[in-house]
Design a protein around this ligand. Structure first.
Ligand code: KIV
Length: 278
């Protein structure tokens, strides 16, 4: 049974933490589902984590839709959040609705997420008005990292913190059902979490948020980049995978793989007939 947005909202009221993780393919979605996560985000972070881009900016709608479809096929209970990529919602509300509809209709996403406030508020209203729930995202919004002065924490002065709080309130008023708070001081995130009635999901925003999200490659230690301050690695799979591949390569080169147990047999008489006739 799919989790409902009412249950998500209830969890905030009951003080139960929400768990979200990114996933970009079917096996990962199935694992996230088995682990009992509440929301699976097909983030535009697929750009740098799986598609080899050096930022989230270049990833296209079509590239993300392939991943959203794969994840949606694996997530029965968890809510699938499709992340609207840069350029797919900024130009007009009509285009924003069209993109969101594609994520739901072609991708199988349950809801969409978009970055920013300001002009994005109108887009949120339009998408929600079209019947598609929207998750907001404030603080560090990687799609506009250049404008924000790089990948750095936001809201670190009273004035800037007030701006993030105002954006969060405005996104709630525009109709968002939840909000990602990325890279804002813990105390600021705590105040925002108190000030809005929708759940906040933090990444680098401290423990007072209503939930937490981490990127798949970070949480599992699959990335070759040094982790951001807010990342906690729960496994070191990169090393394990490389070692497994090195052992496979060594076995192939030594002729010890495949063994008899990995090969198919043919009855002796069939083999004799085959060899005689070849
Ligand atoms: O794309 C992404 O992975 C995200 C998370 C960092 C929240 O937006």
């Amino acid at each position: 049974m799919k989790l409902s947005l009412t249950e998500i909202a209830e969890k905030k009221r009951r003080g139960e933490k929400l768990v979200m993780v990114t996933a970009y393919d079917h096996p990962s979605a199935v694992l996230a589902e088995e682990a009992g996560v509440d929301l699976v985000l097909v983030g535009d972070s697929a750009a740098d984590n799986v598609l080899g881009y050096d930022s989230t900016v270049p990833v296209t709608i079509d590239e993300l839709l392939v991943l959203v479809r794969a994840v949606a096929r694996g997530a029965e209970r968890a809510i699938v959040v499709g992340d609207l990529p840069f350029g797919s919602f900024q130009v007009s509300s009509e285009e924003a609705v069209r993109t969101a509809v594609r994520f739901v209709k072609e991708g199988g996403a349950d809801v969409v997420k978009l970055e920013g406030a300001g002009r994005a508020l109108e887009r949120v209203q339009a998408i929600v008005g079209a019947g598609i729930p929207v998750m907001g995202h404030v603080g560090l919004t990687p799609q506009s990292a250049t404008q924000l002065g790089g990948y750095r924490a936001q809201g670190r002065t009273a004035e800037k913190a007030r701006r993030v709080l105002a954006d969060a309130r405005a996104l709630e008023a525009a109709g968002c059902f939840a909000l990602v708070l990325e890279a804002v001081p813990a105390a600021v995130a705590a105040r925002i979490t108190e000030a809005v009635s929708i759940p906040t999901i933090g990444i680098g925003a401290g423990s007072a948020c209503d939930g937490q999200v981490l990127v798949w490659h970070d949480v599992l230690g699959l990335s070759d980049r040094p982790p951001a301050r807010f990342v906690k690695r729960y496994a070191e799979l990169r090393g394990e995978i490389r070692e497994a591949l090195e052992r496979f390569a060594a076995d192939v080169r030594a002729g010890t793989f495949p063994g008899d147990e990995h090969t198919y047999a043919i009855p002796d008489e069939e083999l004799e007939a085959f060899l005689a006739g070849s």
